[in-house]
Write a protein that binds this ligand. Structure first.
Ligand code: ADP
Ligand code: MG
Length: 292
């Protein structure tokens, strides 16, 4: 291996916004057989907006958005920001919530005006023993259309179905097609609902989905994909992607994400455009072909 050709190759890559953090990253990328992709913020824009609000009587849309917005105002989750922005833009005044607690991978809870407000995924509601059957069919239909379904409970009673919508990034379809054309197995890994994940997968022509993966289990999912010596690239952007990036044979962080993700990665895509993945792979092949 000549260091000069590595430098020429990685220099060309840098012009295209692809940073290889080591020579081994070049090899890791060209040897990968599976590309596992985080969904939120990697395949999608990662800035969801509020979709539907279906209040359950006696709750009304405004009342439910107000208490849900109050607890979400203390949450860092992208869906929380979507709900809070929508509530404020509808002119709702959000009272300060007390004792707010985030439950990673499940949802958030707190006290608003003395009411116990809990918002999150269906698995959060089952853990709390809240019956969601009144809106379950609607939740399924919206999830099949790509919405992320969430449920709000007040004092242990279902108050609403709330959904968020996170559109695909412009380059995602082309990037996935290029990876598949190159013979790679493409897998979505996400904490989101099964049906939502499958809806996104369908739009992208991906047939392998690992959904409802808890933040602490993303790394284990990569490990499972590595069974039998399969070489796995993981592409992600978030803080909770860092262990998966480190576990993968090659970790690719996309630049719109967090510093923590970047530090755990072997390759960094500065632009956040997923087409950087097939581009980086092409560059690694060309560079290594020069060397060998
Ligand atoms: P992802 O980053 O893939 O969305 P997470 O593990 O962060 O995965 O979240 C999984 C699911 O948990 C979300 O899709 C949502 O249903 C629920 N959830 C997490 N945090 C919140 C929150 N603050 N408000 C409502 N729902 C939440
Ligand atoms: Mg993410």
């Amino acid at each position: 291996a000549t260091p000069t050709s590595v430098m020429v190759g990685t220099g060309r890559a840098a012009e295209l916004g692809v940073l290889f953090r080591s020579g081994a990253a070049l090899e890791g990328l060209q040897d990968a057989q599976v590309v596992a992709l985080d969904k939120t913020g990697t395949l999608t824009q990662g800035r969801p907006t509020l979709g539907e609000v279906r209040a359950v009587a006696p709750w009304t849309r405004g009342d439910v958005l107000r208490v849900v917005g109050s607890v979400e105002a203390s949450s860092e989750h992208p869906v929380a920001r979507a709900i809070v922005e929508a509530a404020r833009s509808e002119g709702l005044n959000l009272p300060a919530a007390q004792d707010v607690q985030a439950v990673p991978g499940f949802g958030v809870q707190g006290l608003v005006d003395g009411l116990r407000v809990q918002v999150g995924a269906d698995r959060f509601m089952s853990r709390l023993g809240v019956d969601i059957s009144a809106v379950a069919a609607e939740a399924q239909a919206l999830a099949d259309a790509g919405h992320t379904p969430m449920f709000a409970a007040v004092n242990g009673q279902l108050a609403a179905l709330v959904t968020a919508v996170d559109p695909l990034k412009a380059g995602s379809l082309e990037a996935v097609q290029a990876l598949r054309d190159a013979g790679l197995r493409v897998v979505i890994v996400t904490g989101d609902h099964q049906r939502t994940a499958h809806a996104v997968a369908r739009q992208l022509g991906i047939d392998e989905v690992r959904a409802e993966v808890l933040p602490e289990d993303k790394q284990r999912t990569v490990q499972e994909l590595q069974a039998g010596g399969t070489r796995v690239a993981f592409v992600g952007d978030g803080i909770n992607d860092a262990p998966a990036l480190a576990q993968a044979d090659v970790g690719v962080a996309i630049g719109t994400g967090t510093d923590v993700a970047a530090e755990s990665a072997d390759v960094i895509l500065m632009s956040g455009d997923l087409r950087g993945v097939p581009t980086a792979r092409r560059l690694s092949r060309a560079t290594l072909a020069n060397i060998r």
